[in-house]
Design a protein around this ligand. Structure first.
Ligand SMILES: NC(=O)c1ccc[n+]([C@@H]2O[C@H](COP(=O)([O-])OP(=O)(O)OC[C@H]3O[C@@H](n4cnc5c(N)ncnc54)[C@H](O)[C@@H]3O)[C@@H](O)[C@H]2O)c1
Ligand SMILES: O=C(O)C(=O)C[C@]1(C(=O)O)C=C[C@@H](O)C=C1
Length: 357
């Protein structure tokens, strides 16, 4: 088993590179920060993700630049570290294209193994970086035919050090999987959010949690996402054709009394798919019940609510806050296991909270 000793060189100190640096800095691993944009490397250094000058040769290089550039940077880093034999990985959202690009540019790829942390944000750049971004997340490792097992091992150590749990899969299977669980959802979110650009403010003021849930990821950097979805176009084309068929079915059924069953079937299929999404920490879906609590817009109320919930013995599995500025009260949704609901509702009601189930 290879130990992750460091130094770790991070090339690309945006959201993902800086977050990896911050996560490793928590453990005292020496991190070297490199970026084509000097300001981004400086910012990442200032917020504690590592240092721009590290004298020792890296044990591991992590390439966290946009997908179109990943292959070239991998090839360059493999050449630069030929003497020390450092392992090289990348964090790109697609795996086939960077591998093919690197293959075209360099001969021996045994020290390279691809990887992909399944956590991120709609924000980019070093200031969006967070040390806890990967805590409990899944991190895919995608060995290719000539990846050295030691390289796979070290990248597993990196992911675990960042707080993630690893899954190993082929490059091809990874790209099919992310087309479904990441890239298609992003495109659907972009299409839904796009219809809001010319919506009147009288409509927008009705926005609640539903539209926020569906559109958050659409705010991601369009240039980065163009590279991601273009690099996975084959897998995405199949899924989009399937969706086009479903949209046609929907258009035929919508608003027709005689087609209500068809509409229910389409919505039912959505509900069945939604419950298949694994819960937190990559565990299988668990049934949760949502308890809605009205919370006054005053300092200290959330802390009081959490303390009262803890008193009931319920473990809050998930949490959502819906609060619009200017409103005197907000709503907090506490998701708990069914067995904890009665006690939670009783304790909160006794302590004066307005609770709905
Ligand atoms: N955004 C997400 O949610 C997310 C999640 C997981 C993985 N990823 C992947 O991580 C990678 C980085 O994404 P990000 O969100 O951190 O982007 P970002 O825009 O925040 O950061 C990218 C950084 O790379 C630098 N850069 C670009 N080309 C370079 C080059 N040739 N050499 C050196 N530096 C270069 C940029 O200056 C920038 O600082 C991408 O491959 C992306 O697919 C993104
Ligand atoms: O949470 C988000 O903002 C994300 O979109 C993160 C997300 C995802 O789809 O889950 C986006 C792209 C990455 O390659 C990995 C993670």
């Amino acid at each position: 088993m290879s130990e992750l000793r460091g130094p770790v060189r991070i090339v690309g100190t945006g959201l993902i590179g800086t977050s990896i640096g911050l996560a490793l800095a928590r453990l005292g691993v020496v991190v070297e920060l490199v970026d084509g944009n000097a300001d981004n490397a400086l910012m990442a250094e200032r917020i504690g993700a590592g240092s721009r000058s590290v004298e020792l040769e890296p044990q591991l290089v992590v390439v966290a630049v946009p997908p179109d550039h990943v292959g070239a940077v991998i090839a360059r880093q493999l050449e630069q570290t030929a003497g020390s034999g450092a392992i090289v990985t990348d964090a790109a959202s697609v795996k086939s294209k960077p591998l093919a690009d690197a293959r075209r540019l360099t001969g021996d790829l045994s020290r390279y193994v691809g990887s992909h942390p399944m956590a991120g944000s709609e924000r980019n750049g070093p200031l969006a970086g967070r040390a806890d971004l990967f805590d409990g997340a899944t991190w895919a490792i995608t060995p290719h035919e000539t990846s050295d097992p030691e390289a796979v091992d070290l990248v597993r150590r990196l992911a675990e050090a960042a707080g993630a749990r690893t899954v190993e899969m082929s490059v091809e299977d990874h790209d099919l999987g992310v087309a479904r669980v990441s890239h298609l959802p992003h495109l659907m979110s972009a299409l839904a959010a796009g219809t809001l650009t010319d919506a009147p403010s009288s409509h927008l003021q009705l926005s609640g949690q539903g539209v926020r849930d569906v559109t958050r990821i659409a705010a991601g950097d369009p240039k980065l996402w163009t590279q991601i979805v273009s690099a996975n176009s084959t897998a995405l084309t199949g899924l989009l054709e399937q969706i086009r068929g479903e949209l046609d079915r929907l258009l035929v059924a919508l608003g027709k009394e005689e087609a209500a069953d068809e509409l229910t079937a389409i919505l039912g299929q959505g509900a069945s798919g939604a419950v298949r999404v694994p819960g937190k920490h990559g565990t299988p879906h668990i049934e949760l019940v949502t308890v809605l609590v009205t919370i006054p817009d005053r300092p200290g109320q959330l802390a009081r609510l959490f303390a009262d919930a803890a008193e009931s013995g319920a473990n809050v599995e998930d949490l959502r806050i819906d609060h619009s500025p200017g409103r005197p009260a907000g709503e907090v949704e506490l998701a708990v296991k069914p067995a904890s609901v009665d006690q939670l509702v009783t304790v909160l009601t006794d302590r004066g909270w307005t609770v709905h189930r």
